[in-house]
Design a protein. Structure first.
Length: 203
């Protein structure tokens, strides 16, 4: 509901994409997922239209059909931002500009932003191509050991949240701020953690 109420088109798209992938991947729960997810979306949209618009003019369900402005597009400036960020990435391609240095880089089109609204560009401009390769080498063994537990609807729903967050991170700052990162960590633990700890000999 918050995605509708705040007028976040990216969050709603990521949620719908996550639900779509979940319907494909978890066939045994397809009807339950469909009923619950789309009922929640409909209720959220209706309530968001009824509730008062948020005080900040940048929010509100009516932002889903924004009034065209000079120099603005449907991506709300993200495409031009990504093009400029990509240019800066190739100025320091090996190790990047440093962690959390984004707001200190001289961008002409969007000064004072803290991140580029795209996790791939965020990683590349922070630690460069070599840094990303080293990070992938550290993370991939953990990812390979992870096994999705589809023995309950709760686990499958948690996996859906993981998918939606990763999709949303390509359009916004879902993997930059602590709050969504903690949501992702909890969802990943519920989706992938073993139900019982493996038996080990006492030491």
């Amino acid at each position: 509901m918050l995605a509708f109420w705040t007028g976040s088109r990216g969050a709603v798209f990521a949620t719908l994409a996550g639900i779509g992938l979940l319907l494909f991947a978890a066939a045994q729960y397809r009807m339950q997922i469909f009923k619950f997810a789309f009922s929640a979306l409909i209720v959220g949209a209706v309530l968001s239209a009824i509730l008062p618009t948020p005080p900040n003019a940048a929010y509100g369900i009516f932002r889903f059909s924004p009034v065209p402005e000079a120099g603005r597009d449907l991506s709300t400036g993200r495409i031009s931002m990504w093009i400029e960020v990509a240019g800066k990435v190739f100025e320091r391609p090996v190790f990047g500009w440093g962690l959390d240095q984004f707001q200190l880089i001289d961008f002409k089109g969007f000064p004072d932003y803290r991140q580029p609204h795209n996790v791939i560009l965020q990683a590349l401009i922070s630690i460069g191509f070599l840094g990303c390769a080293l990070l992938a080498a550290a993370i991939l063994p953990v990812v390979r050991m992870a096994k999705l537990k589809s023995d309950s609807l709760n686990r499958v729903a948690s996996f859906g949240l993981v998918l939606a967050t990763l999709i949303y991170s390509l359009h916004d700052a879902a993997l930059y701020y602590n709050y969504p990162l903690m949501m992702l960590a909890v969802a990943a633990a519920l989706a992938f953690a073993p139900v019982k700890l493996p038996a080990v000999p006492d030491k």
